[in-house]
Write a protein that binds this ligand. Structure first.
Ligand SMILES: O=C(O)CCC(=O)C(=O)O
Length: 309
């Protein structure tokens, strides 16, 4: 068994980061979960495995206009909110100005040049929001925050940023296996184009409607976790299972040939990824921000680790 599968190593790590786990204290109480904050946590600990978000249990085309705050959105955004339950994503065209995008790109260049930010897992620049006030401010854009809070009917708080210089090349997945909530469905993400996307640079792709698939959790692809160790499967086994599901359901596949400043907002369970890069000379500067609802249990289903906030 490798160390990453060995849960006591996680408990020690959690203990060392105890303060960053306190966000789960109230939520454990609220949902009657009797666990130490440093213990491993997974969907096995919870009684149900379906989203409780109001626009998953109901339809935004019917419900959204009846809710307080809806009329205050610009008409274009109102229509995108109405479509949310059906599509599982929306695109806000031309949202950030070229200057705002350039400011983020400059921050990333500086953080990389001075060694404060390094690639992790190949091509990901993680948590730049913790190192740059400019980027932190972008994650708290007032209108986007209002849209996210409305979509989930909760206060949504930024958990992390991921910046890319090139396409991610990441296979199709749902974020809910990486960043998981109880109740399910209380995660969302934005993807910001920090330059015009070339079709050969490995654009973001997604499957409209795929957010309605059942949440694929450890019990589906990596059962066999024990008190001391995680299940024996590895992440590519999860990706294979997602591909099998997609082949079965025949969702349409869309690629986002975004313009600089465009923003995609996606649902916690929307299947998406990065297309293969056809021309490695091309960059695809972009930034993802993942948001959690503030009052739910937040953790990582794959590793059964509570999230550090
Ligand atoms: O930007 C991409 O290509 C994919 C990013 C992604 O899948 C994610 O951050 O969840």
């Amino acid at each position: 068994m490798s160390l990453k599968h060995f849960k006591p190593a996680h408990w020690l790590y959690n203990l060392l980061h105890y303060k960053q786990l306190l966000h789960n204290k109230k939520a454990y109480k609220k949902y009657n979960i009797k666990k130490s904050l440093i213990a491993s946590v997974s969907s096995r600990d919870f009684p149900d495995k379906e989203s409780r978000a109001w626009l998953d249990t109901g339809d935004s085309a019917v419900l959204a206009a009846q809710k307080e705050g809806f009329q205050q959105f610009p008409t274009g955004i109102q229509q995108k909110i109405r479509d949310w339950s059906t599509k599982g994503y929306m695109v806000l065209e031309n949202y950030f100005s070229p200057e705002a995008c350039d400011a983020i790109n400059k921050e990333i260049d500086t953080l990389m040049a001075n060694g404060a930010l390094q690639f992790k897992w190949g091509n990901k620049l993680m948590f730049a929001n913790k190192k740059s006030a400019v980027i932190r401010q972008a994650t708290k854009d007032p209108l986007i925050s209002r849209v996210l809070n409305f979509l989930l009917d909760k206060e949504m708080v930024p958990f992390q940023t991921i910046n890319f210089i090139n396409g991610s090349g990441q296979r199709a997945h749902s974020d809910s296996v990486h960043m998981t909530t109880y109740p399910l469905g209380y995660l969302t993400a934005i993807w910001v184009a920090l330059e015009d996307v070339h079709p050969d640079s490995g654009p973001l792709f997604y499957y409209p409607g795929s957010h309605k698939l059942p949440y694929l959790l450890n019990n589906h692809w990596n059962a066999g976790s024990s008190f001391l160790s995680l299940g024996k499967h590895d992440y590519p086994d999860y990706e294979d299972m997602v591909e099998e599901l997609l082949a079965k359901h025949k969702f349409p596949r869309e690629e986002l040939i975004a313009k600089k400043g465009d923003v995609l907002i996606w649902h916690a369970n929307l299947v998406h990824g990065g297309a293969p890069i056809r021309n490695p000379a091309l960059t695809r500067k972009s930034m993802v921000v993942h948001y959690y609802a503030s009052d739910v249990i937040k953790y990582h289903e794959i590793t059964e680790r509570p999230s550090l906030m």
